[in-house]
Design a protein around this ligand. Structure first.
Ligand SMILES: Nc1ncnc2c1ncn2[C@@H]1O[C@H](COP(=O)(O)OP(=O)(O)O)[C@@H](O)[C@H]1O
Ligand SMILES: [Mg+2]
Length: 267
């Protein structure tokens, strides 16, 4: 056991723009993610969710504060963090297998070993039969499974997901929930999951954090104590509805504030 949380954000603040157009996109955000914890981040569009995720991924710097993985500050992207975005971000000229291998080659892993690891991870997302297909020959759900296999292939401790299932239909999405939950349980991953779907957030998470809008802060944290394994029936329980309502009310309150502000600006 380490004394440090897997992931820790301390007073992270991020500005965009210059002069009068300068905005505070993320304001003094602090939270931790424990080993094998699944936490969702929800909030209105533009509240700063993706900015927080890309700071944790090391793709952007923050202006103030620090991001720590196992107690060590991060300096840019690293193999300890895997990222999955909404748009599949696969390379169209590479097959499913080659897309995963490409990431492994980039991480300095030799060809033979990269092939073995890539196949193993395509199996994990149940795509071994589709390894030679190009992205254009795969459904949306399959493409996202390749993206997950790729993110997991270099064995990150933390999986960062930015609305990964936002473009999928409801049935495919629920299959993805099952798959993600089983991988998460097996690999003891810490997951930070961004979504604007409250059902999805409550269903998957140990904890849901609701953000306020501009400047983006963590407004409310709702622990989700629903027993696991969770099934379709979980969604019909009073405990699920209560948690859902708490999260939704907090988001609504924020969107009312935005509407009020816009109303005042227009009058
Ligand atoms: N690269 C950028 N340059 C300027 N403004 C940005 C940039 N990225 C995000 N923003 C602004 O920061 C705020 C938060 O954006 P974002 O993190 O994408 O929100 P969310 O993911 O919650 O929808 C928005 O007002 C957005 O317009
Ligand atoms: Mg976003």
């Amino acid at each position: 056991m380490t004394a440090y949380p897997r992931l820790k954000l301390e007073n992270v603040t991020k500005y965009f723009g210059q002069g009068a157009k300068r905005i505070k996109a993320v304001d003094d955000v602090s939270f931790t993610l424990a080993e094998n914890e699944f936490v969702s981040l929800v909030g209105a569009s533009g509240c700063g969710k993706s900015t927080i995720l890309s700071i944790i991924a090391g793709l952007q710097d923050c202006d103030e504060g620090v991001v720590l993985v196992d107690g060590m500050p991060i300096y840019g992207p690293g193999r300890d963090r895997g990222v999955v975005f909404q748009s599949y971000s696969l390379m169209p000229w590479l097959t499913a297998l080659q897309n995963v291998e490409f990431a492994l080659h980039a991480a300095g892993i030799r060809r033979k070993e990269a092939r073995e690891i890539a196949l193993e991870h395509l199996k994990l997302v149940k795509l071994e039969k589709f390894q030679d297909r190009y992205p254009s020959e795969l459904s949306g759900g399959m493409k996202q499974r390749v993206a997950i296999a790729r993110a997991l292939s270099y064995r990150p401790k933390i999986l960062l997901m930015d609305e990964p299932f936002g473009a999928l239909d409801a049935l495919t999405r629920s299959h993805m929930h099952e798959l993600l939950t089983s991988i998460w349980e097996e690999h003891r991953l810490s997951v930070l999951f961004i979504t604007h779907d409250v059902d999805e957030a409550v269903f998957l998470s140990d904890r849901v954090m609701v953000m306020s809008n501009q400047p983006g802060r963590i407004k409310l944290t709702v622990p989700i104590t629903l027993p696991r394994p969770r099934t379709a029936d979980t969604m019909t329980t009073d405990a699920f509805r209560d948690a859902h309502w708490t999260v939704l009310s907090a988001i609504r309150e924020e969107s009312m504030k935005i509407a009020d502000k816009e109303g005042m600006a227009a009058s």
